[in-house]
Design a protein around this ligand. Sequence first.
Ligand SMILES: Cc1cc2nc3c(=O)[nH]c(=O)nc-3n(C[C@H](O)[C@H](O)[C@H](O)COP(=O)(O)OP(=O)(O)OC[C@H]3O[C@@H](n4cnc5c(N)ncnc54)[C@H](O)[C@@H]3O)c2cc1C
Length: 565
Amino acid sequence: MDAGVDVIVCGSGAAGLFAALRASDLGLRVLVIEKTSRYGGTSATSGGGVWIPNHGGGSHADSREAALQYLDYVSDDGRLEKLQAYVDAGPEALKYANSLGVGFESAPGFPDYYSGAPGATTERSLFPMEMDGADLGEEFYRLRDAPSAFKLFNKYALNLEQSFALSARPFGWQWVAAKVIANYWMDLSWRRKTSTDRRLTQGRALVGRLRKAMLERRICLRLNTGVTKLLERKGQVCGVEVEAMGQRSQIEAHSAVALATGGFEQSQVLRDKYMPVPTNSAWSLTPKAANAGDALLAGLEIGADTEFLEHAWWAPSMRLPSRSIPNVDETHPMFFDYYHPHSLCVNRLGRRFVNESCPYDQFGQAMISDHKKTGSNVPCWLIFDSNFRKKYACGAILPSFVMSDDSLPLEWWDSYIFRGRSIEELAGKIRVDRDQLSKTVTMFNEHATSGNDPDFGRGTNGFDVHFGDPEVKPNPCLGRVSDAPFYAVQIDLGDLGTKGGLKTDRHARVLSKDGIAIEGLYAVGNCSGSPFGNCYPGGGGTLGPAIVFSYLAANHIAERARLNR
Ligand SMILES: Cc1cc2nc3c(=O)[nH]c(=O)nc-3n(C[C@H](O)[C@H](O)[C@H](O)COP(=O)(O)OP(=O)(O)OC[C@H]3O[C@@H](n4cnc5c(N)ncnc54)[C@H](O)[C@@H]3O)c2cc1C
């Protein structure tokens, strides 16, 4: 067996790196192992937002009581001890993140995802400040890349503000685009080295800063090294078996093993076993072949309990052929696309089933419940007209003034994007009942004209309105679908990761089936059950708990090590 360290952290996403840093700062010797050849996990490909209630920054008015009232209302199955631990430790963990050099800023007016619920407010979601990738030295090249959705023309890095400016196109948006492109090309010395933008934004900024703090502390990171098994001695977890370059070996952990290997969304076998409706790992927006539930399986093998395995952080997605890799379909997020005006979503019977302006996780949940009722959702359809096509992006299909219909590859038509001169023609192409779809669209248009959506209340709450189009009146979320040609795009039940996993307590200790903490074993991030159960309280609702419970886990490991000395 390898001589070992105090703490082995498995997984190099935000949860793993945060736990490693905190444990190291509390005096423990730490090793991080990462299965793939890149560090950062899904966290590096994400928006990097964290949802931290009562953080005390900016114009934000909040309180512990309001946050708990909100969480109590929106998360039916979250356990109070974990919700309280989360709300109480959030501001402290954030302060610690700042001390590591990870700065966050709030997005003005960004609402909670159940904006009408008691205790809801705005600006609990915080987003990481940009970072200069050059500060990472060679480690810049090993950082997982951002998805094309977070880059202009799949090249120029965008921060959140720039992403929104290019999607909503307020006055002066052209300058935003011009500046982003000019900065990239004027960076001549960097251009000679790589075509990758040195500006780290969103999730790459979060992970980049954590990695930089690790380099400063000389915390060891071993890539291409995956945990395969947990080792036990006298009823306590004392190390891991790993696989690296096809070879198995063992590493000893004197204090603890912290599992942070993400969810199981990339394992079709585990999806088929646990998800409530048939799903496909190809729909997931997380890095391919990375998070396959290894920690879950290793934990189950030693008697760990689990929770919420049937849930994921849903985010509708669509697929398009890659324009750079032959014969490969890419999965694109639809975060802000299905709720633009001049569009509606229908199941395969041609009926609406949801307020299309709701947050992505709620949209996914609506797909599931409609599928359970009708058997005709998952996938469903986004239907839009030429007004939408002119103005808004749809996945990787940019508005027609940037990407005209003529410029789309011929083979995409009638496979990935469908077009009809009438709703009836479109219905025929996507094999949805013509009469039902045209009835649904006629009814929808009547509601759009009056600005009321009696069926689903689209555009009646703070969240809908915040992301609506103020130019569309009387309801910024409802625009008629009336101007030919008409289009349809298939929406899959995508996800940002699964949210069920090993059951943990408020210190992130893994619990056994009889409810007792397994000595020396901690689980954080998506390989543990979400503290919120089946709910996504706000933007950053997955990375928020990932860093807060990593912080709590490291504190507990250090305290236990101190007592055992
Ligand atoms: C496009 C997109 C945008 C998103 N935006 C946000 C956002 O703004 N805010 C938010 O809260 N959430 C967001 N999410 C979700 C969020 O990114 C994830 O929920 C979060 O990153 C999970 O963090 P983690 O550390 O648990 O897992 P990950 O970041 O996925 O890290 C897990 C790591 O473990 C490694 N690993 C897997 N198996 C093993 C093994 N056997 N041994 C060792 N290592 C292993 C993986 O390779 C990976 O590097 C977004 C997701 C996507 C896809």
